[in-house]
Design a protein around this ligand. Structure first.
Ligand SMILES: [Zn+2]
Length: 90
């Protein structure tokens, strides 16, 4: 992996610590409701890398295999839930 800012390969992996609540940072797609997110459904863990050279911080979303396949079905902007269901019933 390279730093997207300076292209250095000298990145160290770490975590963002939230000292107020101790919750792990997660990625919640807009389409996933807060109700689902509360139970951990549809939210993805995040891995964080810091560039030693320029300090740029970059994050990777650790998509599950199932979610990655689902999002890869459509290229570009993701369709909303109704369009998704329509395309599955065709
Ligand atoms: Zn950098």
């Amino acid at each position: 992996m390279n730093c997207v800012a300076c292209e250095s390969t000298n990145l160290i992996e770490g975590k963002i610590l939230d000292e107020s609540g101790g919750a792990k940072p997660r990625f919640k797609p807009l389409e996933v409701s807060m109700w689902k997110a509360v139970f951990g459904i549809g939210v993805q863990e995040v891995t964080v890398f810091a560039c030693v050279h320029c300090g740029h911080l970059q994050m990777n979303v650790n998509f599950s295999d199932e979610d990655r396949q689902r999002y890869l079905e459509f290229e570009g902007e993701q369709p909303d839930l109704l369009k998704r269901i329509e395309s599955e019933s065709e």
